[in-house]
Design a protein around this ligand. Structure first.
Ligand code: HPA
Ligand code: ZN
Length: 335
C-alpha cells in the first residue's frame, strides 16, 4: 500500500506555502537575514509545534513566516516545497499564499509574488510539476485590508488564478468579505474559502451562497447539516480535506474517528491534502498513508481520491484529462 500511495499520480489542492516552511530552511534564512528566531534547535521547534486549536497554531505560523524578507527567500521556500511534490508524485499543486502576512511587515507584494512564481516556473521546467496560485485574504483583518491586497495584486493578475480566505475562522464569517470576493471575481479570480474547519455549518452556507466559492477548504463541519451536504453534492463542489492538520489542531480527536470515509460514502467529493506540512507532521503522501491505515481505505478509494484531486483542480480541461489518463494507466496496472 505504501508503494501504491507513493507512486500514485496526484494533485495537492490545499497547501499554504508559509506552512511548508521547514525548520532547517527557517534557520538558514533567519541566519542570512540576521533575524533572531526564538528557537535554538530543531528539537526546540518540534517542542513548540504542539497546538490546542487553530489560533494556537496561527500564532506560531505567522512568527515563522516573519523571517521571509527577500525575493530569494520566497523562491527558496516555494522551490523547496515543489521538490517535495516531485518526490511524491504530486503532478500538480494549487498553492495558497498569504500576502498580508508579509505586506503588514513592510515587504512589497511584488517581492512575494515574484519569488513564488519564479519558483513555480522553474519547477514546471526542471521538475515537471505544474502549479497555480491562490491568493488568500486573512479573515482576522478587515475587508478594507483585503481590498488593498486585491488592488496590489492587479499588476500580477496573470500569475494568480484564485482567491481564498484563511486564518482565524471563528468570529470572522465569510459574509464579512462579500464585497471583496465580488470584486475579486470581477477581476477574473476563482473564489475558494476555508469554511467549517472550526466554524459551524452556517459558515459553509455563507461561503457557498454569499461568496459563491467553487471549492471548500476543509468543510468538515458541513456534516452537521444534512441539507448542506445535499446542496454541496448537488453543486458538485469538492472538499479539500487535510487529515493530519485536523488531528494537529484538534478538529478531529483521532484519525480513526476522521469523517473522510463517511464523507465519501455520503457522495461528497473529497481530496486529501497537507495544509501546513512543516507544522502538522507530514507531507501529502503521509496524509494518504496515515488516513489509509486508520480508515482501512482500499486502493479503489485511494484512486478515487487522487482522481478527485485532478478533476476538481482549476486546470484547463485538456491538462486535467492528461493527468487523469496518467492516473488511469497507473491504476489499471497497479490495482
Ligand atoms: N486554517 C486557517 N488558516 C490557515 C490554515 C488553516 O488550516 N493554515 C494556514 N492558515
Ligand atoms: Zn488551510
Amino acid at each position: 500500500m505504501k508503494a501504491f500511495i507513493e507512486n500514485l499520480p496526484k494533485a495537492e489542492l490545499h497547501l499554504h506555502i508559509e506552512g511548508s516552511f521547514e525548520p532547517a530552511l527557517m534557520f538558514e534564512i533567519a541566519k542570512r537575514n540576521t533575524i533572531k528566531i526564538p528557537y535554538n534547535s530543531v528539537e526546540e521547534i518540534e517542542e513548540a509545534y504542539k497546538f490546542d486549536c487553530l489560533q494556537d497554531f496561527l500564532n506560531i505560523y505567522y512568527q515563522g513566516a516573519s523571517v521571509l524578507t527577500t525575493e530569494q527567500d520566497f523562491y527558496d521556500l516555494t522551490y523547496n516545497y515543489l521538490q517535495k511534490c516531485a518526490n511524491q508524485n504530486v503532478r500538480h499543486t494549487e498553492i495558497m499564499f498569504d500576502p498580508q502576512t508579509h505586506t503588514e511587515r513592510g515587504i512589497a507584494f511584488e517581492t512575494v509574488i515574484k519569488g513564488i512564481s519564479k519558483a513555480c516556473d522553474d519547477a514546471q521546467e526542471k521538475l515537471n510539476v505544474s502549479s497555480l496560485l491562490i491568493m488568500s485574504y486573512l479573515r482576522h483583518l478587515s475587508e478594507d485590508d483585503a481590498f488593498k491586497t486585491l488592488n496590489q495584486s492587479l499588476p500580477f493578475k496573470n500569475k494568480i488564478t484564485a482567491v481564498g480566505l484563511d486564518s482565524s475562522e471563528k468570529g470572522n464569517p465569510p459574509s464579512k468579505f462579500k464585497r471583496v470576493f465580488e470584486a475579486s471575481v470581477k477581476e477574473g479570480y476563482i473564489p475558494v474559502a476555508h469554511a467549517g474547519e472550526e466554524g459551524s455549518a452556517d459558515y459553509v452556507w455563507e461561503a457557498i451562497d454569499i461568496l459563491g466559492i467553487k471549492r471548500i477548504d476543509h468543510g468538515n463541519n458541513s456534516l452537521q447539516d444534512e441539507k448542506l451536504v445535499k446542496e454541496i453534492i448537488k453543486r458538485d463542489m469538492a472538499l479539500t480535506v487535510c487529515p493530519l492538520s485536523n488531528t494537529a489542531l484538534q478538529v478531529v480527536d483521532n484519525l480513526k474517528d476522521h469523517p473522510l470515509k463517511k464523507m465519501m460514502d455520503l457522495g461528497l467529493k473529497v481530496t486529501i491534502n497537507s495544509d501546513d506540512p512543516a507544522y502538522f507532521g507530514g507531507q501529502v503522501n503521509k496524509n494518504y498513508l496515515e488516513i489509509q491505515k486508520s480508515l482501512d481505505l482500499t486502493k479503489k478509494e485511494l484512486y478515487t481520491l487522487a482522481k478527485n484531486s485532478f478533476k476538481y483542480s482549476f486546470l484547463n480541461e485538456s491538462k486535467k484529462q492528461q493527468y487523469l489518463n496518467e492516473l488511469e494507466t497507473y491504476y489499471n496496472y497497479k490495482k
